[in-house]
Design a protein around this ligand. Structure first.
Ligand code: ISJ
Length: 282
């Protein structure tokens, strides 16, 4: 005779298991916090601008996505870890997030809260310039500005040595229906060794800029352009991947009929990492 299947666990037993897991997770988080004092000393957090380490964070977010499985939505896992990482960065060296809300206040606020949580102070500004200026005056604050459009060439102030730079592009993990999908550049001062240089961002001033030239350049690089009425040109913010180079972009600009007046590196960030809807990574 076959044995009777074991009785399913009671609700009480399952809740006990959940309580044990919650306690374990809480204890692990507290243990994670215990490392911070030692980390501050080793990293010399207080000596550079921000404790934010864009290369390390982009890497951690990619590993999280690659490891993830099961019924908990990726959006949830990503947002939990963003809050954990940002809050631990904050407790190493407090900072504020200065967001340019001129693009879309709700979308910008969602991005700030999703990526930096609620413990890190959020300060709204009505222009990218104002957000970047607030960061320039601070030691380690962060600015969030649109990565795809602008009314002003806010990146010109990043050209100076010692000025803050573009250090990341959010979201770290792109996908259709991302809950905080707004493409955003993070601007801050961080240690040179913490920068990730897969995509370099250049401030390029050109004369002779027009829609045709913009079209000719668009397959080669991502460009934010602001017309510069002073000399019939434009201030460009150009993101260049390893597949291309500033020389190639300059040659293409000249071929298309523009002349390049100046170029300056204004930051860099990790390669855009996309998770297609099927769940396979690219
Ligand atoms: C802990 C560090 O500092 C920050 C916080 C991190 C975290 O909590 O995991 C990761 C990267 C940094 O932005 C670190 O540099 O490793």
């Amino acid at each position: 005779m076959s044995q009777r299947p074991p009785a399913p666990p009671s609700l009480q037993e399952l809740r006990k298991e959940i309580d044990a897991i919650d306690e374990g997770m809480h204890r692990l988080l507290m243990q994670r916090g215990d490392i911070i004092d030692r980390l501050i000393q080793v990293k010399q957090t207080q000596e550079v601008g921000s404790a934010f380490r864009p290369a390390r964070e982009a890497d951690m977010m990619r590993h999280l996505v690659q490891r993830h499985r099961g019924i908990l939505p990726l959006d949830t896992v990503e947002s939990i870890w963003r809050v954990i990482i940002s809050t631990f960065t904050y407790v190493q060296a407090p900072f504020s997030v200065h967001a340019d809300v001129s693009v879309s206040e709700p979308a910008m606020r969602d991005s700030a809260r999703f990526h930096f949580g609620f413990t890190v102070p959020y300060v709204a500004h009505f222009s990218a310039q104002a957000a970047v200026e607030a960061v320039a005056k601070s030691k380690g604050d962060l600015a969030l500005v649109s990565a795809t459009s602008s009314r002003t060439p806010w990146w010109l102030t990043l050209e100076e040595a010692g000025a803050p730079k573009i250090i990341a592009r959010l979201p770290f993990v792109e996908r259709a229906d991302h809950p905080a999908a707004l493409p955003v550049f993070v601007v801050s001062r961080v240690a040179d060794s913490a920068m990730v240089t897969e995509v370099e961002t250049f401030s390029v001033r050109v004369s002779g800029w027009n829609a045709e030239i913009a079209r000719a350049l668009s397959p080669l690089a991502e460009i934010v352009a602001v017309p510069d009425t002073a000399f019939d040109g434009a201030a460009l913010l150009i993101s260049i991947t390893a597949a291309s180079s500033l020389d190639k972009i300059k040659a293409a600009l000249i071929d298309a009929g523009a002349s390049v007046r100046s170029t300056a590196l204004v930051g860099s960030h990790a390669t855009r990492y996309t998770v297609p809807p099927t769940g396979t990574k690219s």
